[in-house]
Design a protein around this ligand. Structure first.
Ligand SMILES: [Zn+2]
Length: 119
Protein backbone atom coordinates (compact mmCIF):
# COMPACT_ATOMS: atom_id res chain seq x y z
CA UNK A 1 0.00 0.00 0.00
CA UNK A 2 1.42 3.41 -0.88
CA UNK A 3 2.22 6.04 1.70
CA UNK A 4 -0.58 8.35 0.64
CA UNK A 5 -3.23 5.64 1.01
CA UNK A 6 -1.74 4.57 4.33
CA UNK A 7 -1.87 8.14 5.58
CA UNK A 8 -5.51 8.31 4.56
CA UNK A 9 -6.44 5.18 6.52
CA UNK A 10 -4.40 6.37 9.48
CA UNK A 11 -6.51 9.53 9.59
CA UNK A 12 -9.72 7.49 9.37
CA UNK A 13 -8.57 5.26 12.22
CA UNK A 14 -7.45 8.11 14.45
CA UNK A 15 -10.80 9.86 13.91
CA UNK A 16 -12.64 6.64 14.78
CA UNK A 17 -10.48 6.16 17.87
CA UNK A 18 -11.25 9.67 19.09
CA UNK A 19 -14.97 9.22 18.41
CA UNK A 20 -15.07 5.96 20.38
CA UNK A 21 -13.02 7.34 23.26
CA UNK A 22 -15.30 10.38 23.52
CA UNK A 23 -18.44 8.25 23.48
CA UNK A 24 -17.02 5.83 26.02
CA UNK A 25 -16.04 8.70 28.29
CA UNK A 26 -19.58 10.07 28.14
CA UNK A 27 -21.13 6.67 28.76
CA UNK A 28 -18.89 6.03 31.74
CA UNK A 29 -19.82 9.35 33.28
CA UNK A 30 -23.55 8.61 32.82
CA UNK A 31 -23.08 5.08 34.08
CA UNK A 32 -21.37 6.21 37.28
CA UNK A 33 -23.95 8.89 37.97
CA UNK A 34 -26.90 6.51 37.56
CA UNK A 35 -25.18 3.91 39.73
CA UNK A 36 -24.98 6.43 42.55
CA UNK A 37 -28.62 7.35 41.95
CA UNK A 38 -29.83 3.79 42.15
CA UNK A 39 -27.87 3.00 45.30
CA UNK A 40 -29.43 5.97 47.11
CA UNK A 41 -32.81 4.77 45.79
CA UNK A 42 -32.21 1.32 47.20
CA UNK A 43 -31.44 2.54 50.69
CA UNK A 44 -34.60 4.67 50.80
CA UNK A 45 -36.88 2.00 49.24
CA UNK A 46 -35.37 -1.36 50.14
CA UNK A 47 -38.53 -3.36 49.36
CA UNK A 48 -39.08 -2.26 45.74
CA UNK A 49 -37.91 -5.42 44.03
CA UNK A 50 -39.36 -4.42 40.63
CA UNK A 51 -37.26 -1.28 40.62
CA UNK A 52 -34.14 -3.22 41.38
CA UNK A 53 -34.55 -5.79 38.60
CA UNK A 54 -35.44 -3.12 36.04
CA UNK A 55 -32.30 -1.31 37.03
CA UNK A 56 -30.15 -4.37 36.63
CA UNK A 57 -31.42 -4.93 33.09
CA UNK A 58 -30.71 -1.35 32.21
CA UNK A 59 -27.24 -1.66 33.67
CA UNK A 60 -26.63 -4.86 31.73
CA UNK A 61 -27.61 -3.41 28.35
CA UNK A 62 -25.40 -0.41 29.03
CA UNK A 63 -22.43 -2.52 29.99
CA UNK A 64 -23.02 -4.59 26.83
CA UNK A 65 -22.82 -1.44 24.76
CA UNK A 66 -19.65 -0.38 26.56
CA UNK A 67 -18.12 -3.83 26.05
CA UNK A 68 -18.75 -3.76 22.29
CA UNK A 69 -17.33 -0.26 22.04
CA UNK A 70 -14.24 -1.24 24.02
CA UNK A 71 -13.79 -4.18 21.64
CA UNK A 72 -14.13 -1.90 18.61
CA UNK A 73 -11.64 0.53 20.12
CA UNK A 74 -9.18 -2.31 20.65
CA UNK A 75 -9.51 -3.28 16.97
CA UNK A 76 -8.92 0.33 15.93
CA UNK A 77 -5.81 0.46 18.14
CA UNK A 78 -4.50 -2.78 16.66
CA UNK A 79 -5.00 -1.41 13.15
CA UNK A 80 -3.12 1.79 14.04
CA UNK A 81 -0.24 -0.29 15.40
CA UNK A 82 -0.20 -2.24 12.14
CA UNK A 83 0.19 0.96 10.15
CA UNK A 84 3.32 1.74 12.15
CA UNK A 85 4.65 -1.79 11.84
CA UNK A 86 3.98 -1.85 8.09
CA UNK A 87 1.52 -4.73 8.18
CA UNK A 88 -1.67 -2.77 7.68
CA UNK A 89 -4.15 -4.12 5.15
CA UNK A 90 -2.80 -7.67 5.31
CA UNK A 91 -5.22 -10.48 6.16
CA UNK A 92 -4.34 -12.13 9.49
CA UNK A 93 -5.40 -15.57 8.28
CA UNK A 94 -4.07 -15.94 4.74
CA UNK A 95 -1.60 -13.02 4.55
CA UNK A 96 -3.11 -11.70 1.34
CA UNK A 97 -3.93 -8.04 0.82
CA UNK A 98 -7.30 -6.83 2.04
CA UNK A 99 -9.07 -4.94 -0.75
CA UNK A 100 -9.05 -1.14 -0.38
CA UNK A 101 -12.84 -1.17 -0.80
CA UNK A 102 -13.19 -3.35 2.28
CA UNK A 103 -10.80 -1.15 4.25
CA UNK A 104 -12.77 1.87 3.15
CA UNK A 105 -15.88 0.36 4.75
CA UNK A 106 -14.10 -1.11 7.80
CA UNK A 107 -10.71 0.60 8.25
CA UNK A 108 -9.85 -1.80 11.08
CA UNK A 109 -10.69 -5.01 9.18
CA UNK A 110 -8.31 -7.80 10.17
CA UNK A 111 -9.39 -10.37 7.60
CA UNK A 112 -9.86 -10.27 3.82
CA UNK A 113 -13.36 -10.73 2.44
CA UNK A 114 -12.79 -14.45 1.82
CA UNK A 115 -11.56 -15.22 5.34
CA UNK A 116 -14.15 -12.87 6.85
CA UNK A 117 -16.89 -14.89 5.19
CA UNK A 118 -15.44 -18.21 6.32
CA UNK A 119 -15.01 -17.27 9.94
ZN1 LIG B 1 -7.61 -13.89 4.13
Amino acid sequence: MNAKKLEYFKKLLLAKKKELEDELGELEVKFNVSQQDSSSDLSSHPTHVADISGDAEDRESRSCLITSMVEELAQVNRAIKKIYSDSYGICEKCNSKISPKRLEAIPYAELCIKCGKNS
